[in-house]
Ligand binder design. Structure first.
Ligand code: DGY
Length: 332
């Protein structure tokens, strides 16, 4: 129990989270909780955040300079996601607002799903499911729904952080050659362990049978995959994106899939979520998912728990487990 002389911190949880995480927050803070599974309209988000010191937010909340200026008592914004492109971190740091995210706990689950997309796209699983449901499976056919092999092929990983490396680990089970591109090379032991070779983007695109994206969305990665890069890929190759939508020029991808520049794609993220480029919607050679790569029950609970812990740690004067801008802690 907190001492009566020390007031409990006051936080806003902007959108529904598992009950266990909310209960933890409520045991240590005064909590305003939006239990709806839709984002608060921006004016309401600002109004409900004003006067509070902590925010547990989701990728659908834009935490920008305007919001930060309107909420001067805010000390911490804790994103329930590993990506934090919804937050203006520089503006937050300038104000001494600590930003935290939820890395690690979602690595394996996200890689599992990126791998699911890869396999579903290559082996045409969604088309096959539809075929059976549509009553078309009236006899076995030798040439029906031929896909591309996965084992023994080359996997190109763009972004060799935690999730990219988890993809490389999975590739070993399929006897694949692994190429990766990253601004920073992995150490020799990691490259050896994951049997991964660092290369430039053009070589990776040219030589890979599967190109999978695991880089954050940054000015330099926006439209990293564009018409030119899609034309560089093999006509038999597949593109997988479970990172951030704007890394891919969706209009160019729709054209590439329609015109057969590449064989197929698996997408969990989109340029203007929840909108999907209309050119993709009717194509059979793309598997589409509604941004669910980290959505296992276990992982979503761990993400929420970590985000709540991060938020409360800052407000209780401790160091959060996973700060994005640790320099802001020094400004407090
Ligand atoms: C993340 O963590 O960044 C995902 O995209 C949302 O769970």
């Amino acid at each position: 129990m907190p001492s009566p002389s020390i007031p409990q911190p006051s936080i806003l949880i902007s959108r529904t989270l598992p009950a266990e995480s909310v209960a933890n927050a409520r045991s240590r803070a005064d909590v305003d909780f939006n239990d709806a599974d839709s984002p608060l309209p921006r004016p309401e988000l600002i109004r409900r955040l004003q006067g509070r010191q902590g925010l547990v937010c989701l990728i659908t909340d834009a935490i920008d300079a305007e919001l930060l200026a309107a909420c001067p008592e805010l000390k911490v914004a804790s994103n329930v996601a590993v990506g934090f492109n919804n937050i203006d971190v520089a503006a937050a740091t300038k104000r001494g607002v600590v930003i935290t995210n939820t890395p690690d706990v979602l690595t394996e689950t996200t890689a599992d799903f990126a791998w699911t997309l890869l396999m579903a796209a290559a082996r045409r699983l969604v088309e096959a499911d539809r075929y059976v449901r549509d009553g078309k499976f009236t006899q076995w056919k030798y040439m029906l729904l031929l896909g591309g092999d996965i084992h023994g092929k080359t996997l190109g990983i763009v972004g060799f952080g935690r999730i990219g490396r988890a993809m490389a680990r999975r590739a070993q089970g399929f006897g694949m050659r692994v190429l990766y591109q990253d601004a920073v090379g992995a150490d020799a032991a990691t490259e050896r362990e994951l049997r991964a070779t660092r290369t430039d983007t053009a070589t990776l695109l040219r030589e890979s049978d599967f190109v999978t994206l695991h880089t954050p969305l940054l000015p330099e990665t926006r439209h990293l995959i564009n018409a030119q890069s899609l034309k560089t890929m093999k006509r038999t190759a597949y593109l997988i994106n479970a990172a951030r939508g704007p890394i891919v020029d969706e209009a160019a991808l729709a054209q590439a899939l329609e015109e057969g520049w590449i064989a197929g794609a698996g997408l969990d993220v989109f340029e203007e979520e929840p909108k999907v480029h209309p050119g993709l919607m009717g194509l059979p050679n793309v598997v589409l998912a509604p941004h669910i790569a980290s959505a296992s029950s276990e992982t979503r609970l761990q993400m929420a728990n970590l985000a709540v812990e991060n938020c409360l740690a800052v407000l209780e004067g401790k160091t959060p487990l996973t700060p994005v801008n640790p320099e802001a802690l020094k400004l407090r």
